[in-house]
Design a protein around this ligand. Sequence first.
Ligand code: MN
Ligand code: MN
Length: 300
Amino acid sequence: MSGVRDRALGAYLGLAVGDALGAPVEFMTPMEIRERHGLLREMVGGGWLRLRPGQVTDDTEMSLALGRALLAPGGFDLRAVAEAFAAWLRSRPADVGNTCRQGIQRFLAEGTIEAPPREWHAGNGAAMRILPVVLAALRNPVTCRARSLAQARITHNHPLSDAAVETLAEMTRRLVLGESKPAVRGLVEELVRRSPLFRFDPYPGRATGYIVDTLQTVAHFFFGSEDFETCLVGVVNRGGDADTTGALAGMLAGAAYGCAAIPERWRKTLDRNAAREIEAQAEGLLGLSIRARPAAAPQR
Ligand code: MN
Ligand code: MN
């Protein structure tokens, strides 16, 4: 497998693995996790959603829905993306974030593909599902940024969500292409210069669904560790929105270290159907990015 393919699949499997690892401790405090699990290192299932071990939640499911829309004939079409989210909502998922649900319901009621700006839209629900867009526009940073934001705005319209979406998308894009962690750390530092709220060093210690807390948690553990497992164990044991911080950290760590860095026991426990669709999508989305690649010379 080429380096790019390996890191693309690593990012997608990493996202799902982080989701499945963190979901059983979603909304718990670090102390509650410690009392119940010691240091959580396994995909135990359970939690408030009563999950099977390895089961994924909305973070992975919305990404897969987005990926399906991108892979359908016609390619990137915002209305098709919104329809895919709506189809997912109709499938009665175990978990749906409030802002995501409201955004999809607005699309169904009014047909609009952009949420109006709202003060409470600074959640992490738009950032958690960017990966398929990144993979499909891997060689084109302008398209990658525009489409990451456009899909986000279907449900979330807030400058902090936008800022995190942009930064996480570009970080992931560069990591999959093989850039180093120090190089992408520069992107977060740039974000912190523009919006000091996002400062993650020293780590403020909050891991909620507020996108600022989410990004700080993910950046703190991703840059503060050297391997996939240490990064993910650190993140999910902070609790809070542990499936979403886990998913985003898994996406970055999988992109940085590749598939083989994901512990075998986690990959084996991960929901089979999700893993199969992820493998197919990663391949298909990369194919789109190659076809969409600007030609080096005019063709006749
Ligand atoms: Mn979730
Ligand atoms: Mn969550």
